[in-house]
Design a protein around this ligand. Structure first.
Ligand code: SF4
Length: 348
């Protein structure tokens, strides 16, 4: 096999490598600096030095599911639950708009209290109030009809991490009643309906191997999503994985760079999990090729309760403060925070 530097060069030039070659690139930290530099070059060529800010509103931490890694899983009796009303969610988006945000990510556990018409009303009203904004939903697995209804109400994007493309690994992370096939079906439906669609994984989940990550990369290349969410696995208290080790942030950054080279136009967040795992994690993510950051717009009183993992950052600052902090952090590494819609280049 060619040496790693040659593989990185070929990935840069052709956006493609074989599975074995991808594994070789992910296996060593020796060329991390070079890999990040190439990924950064591609990101800057596509997006300039603009980093898109998305305001995230975590509107309910109720969930019917029991994913083993998640702090708000149904079985966690220590989790203090909250649920915002549709009107409160709309007001939260209004105030985010005043702060300057033009993309809202509405996220929750799989909370069946909200009916299809509730979700449609929140999407439709936010879009009517702010026609220049994009709305992203991240509310889990739904039927095709429900996805179609949200889309018809004006929803632009949908995030649904696939978690792992290996069905056996999926079973290690989820109870039997959750279906890997259904998750993948959801992603295909979303893309087919016309959403800007996001998938993604955590790095370092229990049982994950480099081969699994390579399977994820092969899937991502073929599925060609508009967004990819990648963060390190961080354990959450009172979950079956509470005592498992954290995911490796260096590998997370390497993976961000590989994804940027494989899919130059993809919207790639430097995730809050990355920023929680290490100081300046989000800045490092940007320097590894990420081009999106998602500050928290949720009411401060709820933020500490939406703990998908322990040690989450930004749970006490209000939206305006978060926005200023991120803008300054990005400026310190030579990038510019922008609050426009920030669509995938193919949607502009
Ligand atoms: S990861 Fe999502 S679906 Fe799974 S328990 Fe947590 S909120 Fe629910």
């Amino acid at each position: 096999m060619a040496d790693i530097k040659e593989l990185i060069d070929r990935l840069y030039e052709t956006a493609s490598l074989t599975p074995d070659e991808l594994k070789a690139v992910l296996s060593t930290d020796e060329y991390d600096e070079y890999l990040h530099e190439k990924a950064r070059e591609v990101a800057v060529r596509t997006f300039g030095k603009d980093i898109y800010l998305r305001g995230i509103i975590e509107f309910s931490n109720y969930c019917k599911n029991d994913c083993y890694y998640c702090g708000i899983r149904a079985g966690n009796t220590h989790c203090e639950r909250y649920r915002m009303t549709v009107d409160d969610i709309i007001r939260c988006a209004d105030s985010g708009y005043e702060t300057g945000f033009r993309t809202f990510v509405l996220q929750s556990g799989e909370d069946l209290t909200y009916k299809t018409e509730d979700i449609c009303r929140m999407v439709r009203t936010i879009k009517e109030n702010h026609p220049d904004c994009a709305v992203t939903l991240s509310i889990g697995e739904k039927s095709r009809e429900e996805y179609q209804a949200y889309f018809d109400a004006g929803c632009d994007r949908y995030l649904l991490r696939h978690e792992t493309y290996n069905s056996e690994h999926y079973k290690m992370l989820h109870p039997n009643k959750m279906s890997w096939l259904n998750r993948i079906r959801c992603l295909h439906d979303l893309k087919d309906i016309g959403y800007q669609t996001g998938c993604g994984i955590m790095v370092g989940t229990p049982g994950q191997t480099l081969d699994h990550i390579v399977e994820d990369l092969v899937f991502m290349k073929e599925f060609d999503p508009h967004m990819i969410g990648i963060g390190p696995f961080l354990p959450a208290a009172n979950t079956p994985f509470a005592d498992c080790p954290r995911g490796d942030t260096e590998l997370t950054l390497r993976l961000l760079s590989v994804i940027r080279l494989m899919l130059p136009k993809v919207l790639l967040p430097a995730t809050t999990a990355l920023g929680s795992a290490e100081a300046n994690g989000r800045e490092k993510g940007v320097l590894a090729g990420a081009n999106v950051i998602m500050p928290n717009l949720s009411p401060v009183e709820n933020r500490g309760k939406y703990q998908l993992y322990d040690g989450k950052i930004c749970i006490s600052d209000d939206a305006a403060l978060c926005s200023r902090c991120i803008t300054a952090r990005l400026a310190s590494i030579g990038y510019r925070a922008v609050t426009g819609r920030g669509d995938h280049p193919d949607y502009c």
